[in-house]
Ligand binder design. Structure first.
Ligand SMILES: [Zn+2]
Length: 371
């Protein structure tokens, strides 16, 4: 019997998603077939849906995914990236990309920039490749995809799904921020990634974590996820606490910038103490250029680093962090779930209208047959 998979197809010419079905093809060399259990909708997915961002289409969106291995090609990789033997039934997450591990960029620690890059949830549907996104019952993982088995079944699906975009990207940002132990870390933009960054910075030993967001509710929410202080876009406290009320000059060692707002990048750079580092992650959309004072950069010995996506080690760090800390911080509380695959359009509209941190699609919910 041929196995089939439902999927939500995104086509920019259609006002929303259409529920489609396809035969699941025989696995090619190195491939794995995975039954998706849960997909959370990343902000970039919303931008694509709204036309703010261009993706080759028709496509299957969704790249924050968790699932189970259903089948493996005979020559599929035998181990996950932590060295565990891969088996049918394993609950896994994976890198959002497959790319040549021997590429020039992989050697530089940025395999996500290799020439042959294939990105799940970002590829066009073609005659011989359909199931490559999270808004589907099944996904086919290619050769050279970093795969990782989750060690605990207690980690809920709607939290585990955050790992392979949000948490892994934050893990990359934390890596670039350097040694955070005893440091003052400012997190600019407390959407899903910023919230996770507050928690990861705290767990990494940061002395003080400062959350900055123009939205007071979002900034204050970070206080439940490791932040010690919440500031508005004007860098003034929403609440009066501690020595910051007396201090006119806030100094930080590391800035992790997730808002992508030019003003925020400039104003938070100003707060860096001598030897400080700013990591810019948020500005993944067309930007105006910003003024940077070269003399200050030099005299204060500052560093600015950019990060897009993440590498394999970041994915390992992300999974290890979630496995260890999912009970410490209630990330699940930030995910508004309950949508099934055939409710994908409604889920996207809900996300845009209500702006929760994340909206989740539960792919284990049985699809209603539409006549
Ligand atoms: Zn994403």
């Amino acid at each position: 019997m041929n196995m089939r998979s439902y999927f939500a197809q995104f086509d920019e010419n259609v006002n929303g998603f259409t529920l489609e079905q396809t035969d699941i093809p025989a696995l090619q060399s190195g491939e794995l077939l995975v039954r998706n259990s849960y997909t959370t909708i990343c902000r970039s997915d919303l931008y694509t849906f709204q036309g703010k961002r261009k993706e080759k289409n028709p496509t299957i969106l969704g790249h924050e995914i968790v699932g189970h291995i259903v089948a493996m090609a005979p020559d599929a990789q035998p181990f996950d990236i932590r060295g565990k033997v891969l088996e049918i039934g394993d609950r896994i997450t994976w890198g959002i990309y497959a790319s040549n591990p021997n590429s020039v960029y992989a050697a530089k620690g940025i395999p996500q920039k290799a020439e042959d890059l294939f990105k799940y949830g970002h590829e066009q549907i073609t005659a011989d490749s359909t199931l490559h996104g999270g808004l589907a019952e099944y996904i086919i993982l290619r050769k050279n995809t970093p795969i990782i088995v989750l060690k605990t079944d207690a980690l809920p699906d709607h939290v585990a799904s955050l790992v392979n975009c949000s948490v892994a990207t934050v893990a990359g940002a934390i890596r670039l921020g350097g040694q955070l132990n005893g440091q003052t870390v400012l997190v600019s933009g407390t959407g899903m990634l910023g919230i996770i960054a507050c928690a990861m910075a705290k767990i990494a030993g940061a002395k003080k974590v400062i959350a900055v967001d123009a939205d007071q509710e979002r900034a204050m929410r970070a206080l439940s996820f490791g932040a010690d202080l919440a500031l508005g876009a004007d860098l003034k406290p929403f609440m009066l606490e501690g020595d910051y009320t007396q201090s006119t000059s806030l100094k930080v060692d590391v800035v992790l910038e997730f808002s992508g707002m030019p003003d925020a990048m400039v104003s938070t750079l100003e707060l860096l103490d001598v030897g400080g580092t700013a990591v810019w992650i948020g500005a993944t959309f067309p930007q105006a250029s910003i003024p940077i004072n070269a003399e200050k950069m030099i005299r204060k010995v500052l560093t600015i680093k950019g990060l897009h996506n993440y590498n394999q080690n970041d994915l390992v760090d992300a999974v290890s962090f979630m496995e260890a800390e999912y009970k410490t911080y209630d990330f699940g509380d930030l995910v508004h779930g309950g949508f099934s695959l055939d409710q994908t359009t409604a889920a996207y509209r809900y996300a845009i209208d209500n702006n929760p941190f994340r909206v989740g699609i539960d792919l284990s919910i049985k699809i209603q047959q539409h006549g």
